[in-house]
Write a protein that binds this ligand. Sequence first.
Ligand SMILES: *Cc1c(COP(=O)(O)O)cnc(C)c1O
Length: 463
Amino acid sequence: MTLLYHSTRGAAPELDLRGATMAGLASDGGLYLPKTWPQFSAGDLAAMKNKPYVEVAMRVLAPFTAGVLTEDTLRRLLTEAYASFADPEITPMKKIDERTHALELFHGPTLAFKDVALQLLGGVFEHFLNESGERITVIGATSGDTGSAAMAALAGRKNVNVFILYPQKGPSDIQRKQMTCIDAPNVHAVAVEGTFDDCQAIVKSLFNDAPVRAKYNLAAVNSINWLRILAQMVYYFVAAARFAPKPISFVVPTGNFGNVFAGYAAMKCGLPVSKFAVASNRNDILTRFFANGRMKAEGVQSSLSPSMDIQVSSNFERLLFDLCDQSGAAVQSLMDTMRDKGEFSVTPQQLGKARQYFTAAKVDDALTLQTIADVYHECGYVLDPHSAVGVAAARQLARELPDPVVCLACAHPAKFPDTIHRAIGLRPALPDAVAALMQKPERTVLLPADRTKIERFMAEKVG
Ligand SMILES: *Cc1c(COP(=O)(O)O)cnc(C)c1O
């Protein structure tokens, strides 16, 4: 039986997994979700205990991919996606104190959790394009992590060209080299003489130009893509199987609500979860929402955990759909209010429902540094600043989070050497594969923040 997906705004065609993956955003502006949630029993979960990652992924993804990917194809895509991970367990878990564990999601090629989903998405895209004979052009703007993960996932793939725009002065040295040292003719790192917002505006304007969109068959790989959420559900199962049948608490450092929504989706499929804690840095739109039910964006401020410097949590719309009892019209109306007034509020009943599953905490830069130092001195474990936001939130919310507590460790500490040095006086070594990449020649092009010039560059490369 093939599972169908519907839009959170209720006015787009229902699609199968292939359609939802290739579309990204639904045509009504909404996000795709499965119409029914496959269920996993306590017995299913027990059978996943201590199984290899790819085996757990096969079981979790089977009901979502049935009728679209054969079992053989799914196994091949999963095996290829996770062959690039440096740890044989793919997402190993490390104990950091009596009740707290770090689930390490950073053993992929770009050292951040986005690899877990994007490595799979790259292969799935290529598979669908081979079947249909189409070609696509992926274009995106990045402040650092998403761009490099997308390039690593799509480098050398057939029928895909990738252009990633980044602010010339934005990314750290490591982040930039992760984009410019990739040696594949189909991926293009474009340094833009401007800010991240300039890059984003150019990408949006290209997407909104129907002839350009059609000419290049433009596609996006940002976290609104359902397949990314689906791939991320797997590690929640891996962690929960370890402690089954005991329910666990998950702490998730997030800005976009993407990673934590994957956990909520796993819970809807039967995973035993006590609570999700949403951890944010000074950009605390989500923490404020769980306190007062009001979603209101404020200006983005930079922090020591830059991948969470976000004020528009695009994936939150997927939770909102449940809070609105799956009424697409109700979601559309809240999104219209957001567009017109810059904010919206949910009812006390809706907030109560959200708080059944979620709690939240905000962690500032000083506490982030303190937590990196505390954990290092307690047990020798080095947290990256994003993961430290999570562990600090776990400690702050201890009374609300029943044991055991699993904190998602979202990036490798070596990706943020200056912050780690500030906290504990040493710089963690890069894993060998990444250190080797850093030695390769950089390949980039510097262009003005001018849409016409960027389009001309794309035309030269794609033709
Ligand atoms: C992208 C990213 C996040 C935030 O992820 P969400 O999609 O907002 O949940 C957190 N930490 C790191 C290291 C990231 O790269």
